[in-house]
Design a binder for this molecule. Structure first.
Ligand code: B1M
Length: 625
């Protein structure tokens, strides 16, 4: 019988053994489930994420009731530091709070000179985190590690992701300066404050969503990510526990072993590979690396399967991952990670996952020997039409890219400038084409629009990464600026007007912005309403700009239902504008269910749909329908 209010002693012991490089008695399971606990316990989001005792107790009660091995305290880990730097927060009754990262907190040198470093004991919710972790210790005896927002992810939060990526290309020195500031004056003092309030602590865990491929390239990883994790470690007493463990993107890596060596460099205690990469690459390939290097490991089961899968799907995945993870010479140094339980996950799914773990441990293994993950498994999973971030890795790369027609040299040069991300050269080439007497619309249609289509296709096959797409769009826009006054003066109409938004509750915008860029690149006028958008704003704008298409994006399973609500309200408002939807968790089936007019798997597809909708519209107009 534990002397603590909540007894996690056995599971914590296993995790500790693994972190210390020793064999565990059994494979423990860890997760991320604060939002689920909040909803399950009937708590309000604002209170839950600002009252430390409620947060800790609310998590522990649910997790111990359901039989989790190790306490999980994952708050809105990407926003606390940026909030302490003055960022605006969006709060919700039944979702994680989040930073509104659509505007830069540090956009330029002036902002950087002005910004004040936070005091971890006083500023915003930093003290809230420190207090919660102390309460967790009092209630469980477990020194839970602090989560911090990894340097490059925090940099993206304070600079705004697209701005950071373009600045890395234009003004790398400035980005290095911002990173230095964030590491030296924000993260290190925060983590050291944690070591002060919990002196037996050894671990600080970096969360890094945008520090993964294909958000950044391998070059950016080497220059702007890893060195700052190293620096942070140095500033926090050189503890090996200063780590960063949730990079995705393994499936995009050009050299898996090298990528995993780097992962082990930043998290020496274990290699974690999580879905969708884990399922795509396959457990066998990961095991080969583990057997070769002798590292501890963890496989992460994806949030969509946990939320939407059947009991059987969940059990199969848990059993495969546990069987492969616990096999081999280093199998006693394995823990299972359940990526995230959202507020909407049905309780029976959470129970199914935990029961599957217990059955496996008890030797009840009906799927023994069955391996569904790996390149063949991907095909099966993608059969529903969904790739990873709308990207079909492992698909037929050859032949997908349409080289298009032969074009005159003057247009070809503009095309090449966009493909080569030459934003300096592109305007001059556009001007030269104009001087040569070419028509502005021709330059647009033959020089600037086609390369964006190709860039989108290359992104969709995983050959170009997000930064490259952003740089191509920048070159295209630079050329477009030269044409804009002429197009406006000659009343050249855009191909159509698209109102674009990420739905209420959701602050993810990288995918939506790529869709917007591709649409602009294809000659559409895009009215981007940003993130966290309610139906009233969408309806009002659609009327004001006389929209031809409304595009909605969602990245959270918890915010997908708002798509249905928005579509209903658009129809109720009598707006006869087609609505298309997209985003990682959205599928064609879901789009049909909510009566969306169409669904785009990826950015190029969104463009094709808008073009198709526009031609239907002109057909209708032509026939007088
Ligand atoms: Co978030 N996050 N995140 N995150 N994040 C996910 C989505 C998650 C799956 C990670 C996980 O497994 N744990 C998970 C969601 C779980 C769930 O749904 N239940 C999650 C979570 C939980 C969270 C927070 C709650 C974390 C926390 O606070 N504890 C928080 C949420 C805040 C909020 O919104 N309320 C959060 C925050 C963040 C960051 C700020 C750190 C960052 C977002 C930065 C930003 O957008 N400015 C972030 C990121 C980057 C991710 C991952 C890593 C990647 C998402 C992404 O940008 N993908 C994601 C995990 C993963 O996928 N590995 C994760 C790339 C993008 C190009 O793809 O948007 O799918 P996507 O767009 C594609 C297509 O889908 C399509 O075209 C695009 C290009 O081809 N498409 C459309 C998109 N919109 C379309 C619209 C169309 C048509 C096509 O028509 C209109």
């Amino acid at each position: 019988m534990s002397k603590y209010e909540f007894d996690f002693e056995s599971g914590v012991k296993q995790i500790k053994l693994i972190m210390d490089g020793k064999d565990a008695e059994y494979a423990p399971v860890t997760t991320q489930m604060a939002e689920y606990c909040m909803k399950y316990g009937g708590h309000n989001g604002k209170r839950f994420f600002s009252d430390p005792e409620l947060f800790v107790r609310g998590n522990l009660e649910v997790q111990s009731e359901l039989g989790f091995d190790v306490p999980d305290m994952v708050w809105d880990v990407y926003s606390v530091e940026a909030e302490a730097l003055g960022g605006n927060m969006a709060w919700f009754d039944d979702l994680y709070p989040a930073l509104d990262n659509t505007a830069s907190i540090i956009g330029n040198e002036k902002d950087l000179a002005r910004i004040k470093a936070p005091d971890p004991f006083k500023t915003a919710r930093m003290p809230w985190v420190l207090e919660a972790l102390q309460i967790c210790k009092e209630m469980t005896g477990y020194t839970h590690y602090i989560h911090y927002c990894a340097p490059i992810n925090l940099c993206a939060q304070v600079m705004q992701f697209e701005h950071m990526v373009l600045q890395i290309d234009e003004n790398p020195k400035f980005v290095h300066k911002v990173l230095d500031f964030l590491v030296e004056e924000v993260l290190a003092p925060y983590i050291n404050a944690y070591f002060k309030v919990l002196p037996d602590a050894t671990i600080a865990n970096g969360k890094d969503a945008v520090g993964s491929l294909p958000f950044i390239t391998e070059g950016i990883l080497e220059e702007f990510s890893v060195p700052y994790i190293d620096k942070l470690r140095k500033l926090c007493g050189d503890r090996p526990g200063i780590r960063c463990d949730n990079w995705w993107g393994d499936a995009f890596s050009s050299d898996l072993d090298k990528y995993w060596d780097t992962k082990l460099h930043v998290t020496p205690q274990y290699l974690k590979v999580q879905d969708p990469d884990c399922f795509q690459i396959g457990t066998q390939r990961i095991r080969e690396y583990v057997d070769k290097t002798g590292c501890a490991s963890s496989y992460g089961i994806g949030t969509l399967l946990l939320q939407n899968g059947t009991r059987e799907d969940i059990t199969r995945r848990v059993h495969e991952y546990m069987e492969m993870g616990t096999g081999g010479p280093y199998g006693k140094r394995f823990f299972l990670y359940l990526c995230s339980f959202s507020a909407q996950t049905p309780p029976e799914n959470v129970k199914a996952a935990i029961e599957a773990v217990k059955r496996f441990r008890a030797g009840d293994r009906p799927y023994s020997g069955e391996i569904l993950s790996g390149p063949d498994g991907v095909a099966a999973e993608a059969a529903g039409g969904k790739g990873f971030m709308g990207i079909y890795l492992g698909g037929d790369k050859e032949g997908k890219v349409d080289e298009g027609p032969q074009r005159d040299a003057v247009f070809q040069d503009i095309y090449d400038a966009v493909m080569e991300f030459d934003d300096g050269g592109c305007p001059g080439l556009v001007q030269a084409a104009l001087d040569q007497g070419e028509d502005a619309s021709e330059i647009l249609d033959q020089g600037l629009i086609p390369p964006m289509g190709e860039v989108g296709d290359l992104f969709a096959t995983g050959e170009l990464f997000v930064p490259e797409m952003l740089m191509a769009a920048r070159a295209m826009k630079a050329g477009l600026e030269v044409l804009r006054p002429i197009l406006t003066a000659t009343n050249s109409k855009p191909k159509g007007v698209v109102v674009l938004a990420t739905v209420f509750g959701d602050l993810h915008d990288i995918g939506k912005n790529l869709v917007g860029m591709m649409l602009e690149g294809a000659g559409f006028k895009v009215v981007d309403l940003g993130v966290n958008t309610k139906s009233e704003e969408i309806i009002k704008t659609a009327r004001e700009v006389d929209a031809d298409v409304i595009g909605l994006s969602a990245l959270l399973t918890t915010t997908m239902p708002f798509m249905r609500k928005i579509i209903q309200e658009i129809k109720e408002a009598g707006i006869d504008v087609p609505v298309i939807v997209g985003g990682a968790p959205v599928s064609r089936t879901f789009a049909d269910e909510i009566s969306a007019d169409d669904y785009g798997d990826n950015a190029p597809e969104a463009v094709s749909i808008c073009k198709m909708l526009m031609s239907n519209e002109s057909l209708r107009a032509g026939t007088g329908a």
